[in-house]
Design a protein around this ligand. Sequence first.
Ligand SMILES: Nc1ncnc2c1ncn2[C@@H]1O[C@H](COP(=O)(O)OP(=O)(O)OP(=O)(O)O)[C@@H](O)[C@H]1O
Ligand SMILES: [Mg+2]
Length: 260
Amino acid sequence: MSSPLEGARAAILEVEGLRRSFGGVQAVRGVSFAVAEGTITGLIGPNGAGKSTVLAMIAGSTSPSAGSITFRGQDISGKPPHRIARLGVIRTFQSSSEFERLTVLENMLVAAGSQRGERMGNALLGRWRWRSEEEEMVERARVLLERFEIPAKEDELAGNLSGGQKRLLELARSLMSEPQLLLLDEPMAGVNPSLVRRLEEHLLGLRAEGLTMLMVEHELGVVERLCDPVVVMAQGQVLSTGTMSELRSDQQVLDAYLVG
Ligand SMILES: Nc1ncnc2c1ncn2[C@@H]1O[C@H](COP(=O)(O)OP(=O)(O)OP(=O)(O)O)[C@@H](O)[C@H]1O
Ligand SMILES: [Mg+2]
């Protein structure tokens, strides 16, 4: 494929024969792919293809009906979300998932607590044994908010942020527990074009720091600029895998997704 390094890169995540039905709907029907360490791997396909369901199964919020999910050699399929988060696998959501009535900073701290599997009360109340850890978390939150250029907003209620700022907050929150693998579900959804470019720069910066990402995205320009390789799903199955330019000349992919 595109990168000469690709063969040498170890898979951080391997999904094998994954299935999931909802009542009579077979949302995911035998999906297998791998995510190599250090990549932003794309996951694309038409509405209802099963992309979000695949991310939900990896993150543990939906259990697979069949198949296995291996993260760094460990089978994580069917484990509860907080255990998977603690291993370093964190998901962001297709719709921003902030708590509107909490401040931006509180949102960051709540995310840290839930990603670590602690009881939120302890993390927020700052009992003496949690004190130093809480201070460390506040410091980490401030650094991340500054990095994503939302520092002035830290005492603002999250509900008052613009749509684009909510997407930045969603990303910043996902980094509170120093994840190893980010599962991004349409991180650019509803974001205006100038912020799209900024978000792209942030994601490339994170990749340069060694973070691995699996990203669902509809905007193919974004996928082309960020993702290699790209996995194409349709109707619950994997159609093809390759670079975006390879996929553009793949007739099966064209028929199912890229045109018509
Ligand atoms: N919790 C659920 N209960 C019932 N059906 C569901 C549930 N979640 C997903 N589905 C169905 O499973 C199929 C795949 O949905 P999924 O959300 O994974 O698709 P997607 O590829 O993420 O689509 P989109 O691009 O629109 O976000 C759809 O038919 C959807 O209606
Ligand atoms: Mg989806």
